[in-house]
Structures are given as C-alpha cells and as structure tokens.
Design a protein around this ligand. Structure first.
Ligand code: 8YV
Length: 325
C-alpha cells in the first residue's frame, strides 16, 4: 500500500449507516450489509485482500484465526469495549495492532444495569406476564410484592468506567455502595463506595451484586456456589459484563432454592444459546445483550472504531490501542 492509497478494511458485520458511510468514504471497504455471521475460517480467507479488520464481539478472534490471517492485516479494530473474544497476545506476537471502543458505551451499559436491578427486584417479569395473560386479579395489599432497591446495599465487582457509572446512578437511589476491584480507585472515582480488596469480604454486604468486571481467565466462574453462598439470603445479582463470569449451574440452583431472590441478566455464557433453564424461572429478568444497544451509542462505537483505524493507517497512535504493532 502506498501512503496515498486508501487502507483496505474488511467489516465483518453490518454497522449503523452513518458508520458505514464514513468507512466507504475514507477506506476501501468491504461491508456486510446482510449482517451474515462469518466463521473464523471465512474471515481469514476473505482477509487476504485487506489491511485491517473491523470486527464485533460476536467474532471469535482466537489464536488459530489470528495465526491464519494474511501478513497484510496490520490492525484489528473491535466494535466493543470487551476484548475477551480476541487473543491479544497472539495478535501482538504477529505484530497486529488491536483497538476497542471504551467510554462511548459506559452510560448506556450502566443504564441497563439499573434497569436489571429494578426489573429483577420489582418483578418486571411476572408483573408483565400477569398483565399480558389477563391474570391481574382484584388488587390486594399483600400480593404481589417485590423488593426495595432504594436504600439497600449494592456491591459492584469491577470499578472501571461502567462500574463507576453504576455507582453514580445507584447514589440517586440512596444505595449503600461497596466495590471490589483489583486495586483501590482514587477517592473521587469511588462515589462513596467502600473498597474491599477481597471479594469474599464484600459479598456478605450485598443485597444487590452488579458484575462490571472484564471477562478474563481469572474472572471465569467468579460467581459460583461458594461466592453466591457468601451473599445474604434473598440477594439479587445483575450481570451486564459477560456470561463467562457466572457459573450457570450455581446461579440457577440458587434462584430455584430461594437463596437468591432474583437475577437480572443481559449477558449469558454461549449466548444466544443460553442455558434453557433460565427461561423457566420467573425471578430472572433477561435481556438479549442490550447494554450498548441504543442508536446513538452504536453510532458512537462505530465512529470510535473508525477513528482508531484512521489514526493507525495515518501512522499515528490510535487512541484505544491495546497492543502495539
Ligand atoms: C457488544 C459489548 O459489543 O462492547 C462490548 O463489550 O459487549 C457490546 O457492546 C455489542 O453487542 C456489539 O457486538
């Protein structure tokens, strides 16, 4: 590629029109207007004529795919803040730069965490079903009842951008805040939350537990029989991070036994092929991974990914570079 030629970008999924228009204008781009999911082998095969990939969190970029990429590929920009679908070390070893899209989806995702807390605690699932199924009987002072959110204790796992945005929202509900993070954050970023260096120490203080950490080998199945067992009886867990952080067996059994009052889940192991037992539980409020799913947020994510590609192919350091080429 000469410095004058437009970089060639393979876009694996259909992105908002505004983003695709910019890609078409500034790059030599192959789009996927039908939004057809491609296998890793197909991505590697198609990548032959390209300099960069714009992928999403649905595209598994494991070592085998990265190793199979042609030498022409110099950058992978993901349309997501999460990078658990990319083997960053394999990319680094091959000299491929990787970027993500932080910041722009923080508010939208934190909003969904609160939606899950409220929906799970106040019976959004059974309440909605009651009205739809025409089972709304004579009003009673004692039935049906949910649980309070306001004034109760919330533990946040992962006090990064999204965890902090959850804390800010929870303050408006007068919640008593706790957090567990790899390290204590500065006082201004704590938003009044009490730091626990050990997750085990935080759990007994959580009427609500919000999962906002990254999915890594260390956090896989972090929420399991043992950690759930340390929560107060009747606690509520919400997850807007990744399904891999939760042991489904343990969560489902605690929801069935009443150890947990409810859960609010936006993300699942193996999504969209989730553990079917969740569908049978009316104390689980579920959404199909909607954390960043607003029109403006998805446009902003796309623009951020394109900003990163543009900087890289201009020879500048992309703002969200995760590993140098
Ligand atoms: C998805 C997400 O990327 O940013 C993340 O890490 O999980 C989401 O924003 C989104 O569903 C698009 O694939």
């Amino acid at each position: 590629m000469t410095t004058m030629a437009k970089a060639r970008i393979l876009v694996t999924r259909h992105l908002p029109n505004e983003v695709e228009n910019r890609l078409t204008r500034d790059f030599s781009t192959e789009l996927n207007p039908d939004d057809r999911a491609m296998s890793g082998a197909e991505i590697a095969e198609r990548a032959k004529n390209f300099d960069g990939l714009l992928i999403t969190s649905m595209d598994r970029c494991r070592k085998d795919l990265i190793d199979a990429l042609p030498a022409s590929i110099r950058m992978i920009a993901t349309f997501s803040v999460g990078t658990d679908h990319i083997d960053i070390l394999a990319a680094k070893a091959k000299g491929i730069a990787v970027s993500n899209t932080p910041d722009v989806l923080t508010d939208a995702t934190a909003d969904v965490a609160l939606l899950l807390m409220l929906g799970a605690a106040r019976g959004a699932v059974w309440g909605d079903k009651m009205v739809r199924d025409n089972k709304w009987g004579p009003p009673s002072p004692t039935y049906p009842l949910g649980l309070d959110v306001s004034g109760r204790r919330l533990g946040i796992i992962g006090m990064g951008r999204i965890g902090q945005a959850v804390a800010i929202r929870a303050q408006a509900f007068n919640m008593i805040l706790h957090y567990h993070n790899r390290r204590k954050v500065d006082a201004a970023s704590e938003h009044g939350a009490t730091f626990h260096a050990r997750l085990d120490d935080m759990l007994p203080n959580c009427d609500f537990l919000s999962i906002n950490c990254a999915s890594t080998a260390e956090t896989r199945d972090l929420i399991n029989e043992k950690t759930i067992g340390r929560l107060p009886n009747g606690a509520i867990i919400v997850n807007t991070a990744r399904g891999e952080i939760v042991d489904d067996e343990a969560l489902i059994s605690a929801l069935k036994s009443g150890k947990l009052a409810a859960a609010g889940l936006d993300v699942f192991k193996g999504e969209p092929n989730i553990d079917p037992r969740y569908r049978e539980l009316d104390n689980v409020f579920m959404l199909p991974h909607l954390g960043s799913a607003t029109k403006n947020t998805r446009i902003a994510m796309g623009m951020r990914a394109v900003d990163n590609l543009e900087a890289f192919f201009k020879g500048e350091r992309p703002r969200d570079l995760l590993t140098g080429a």
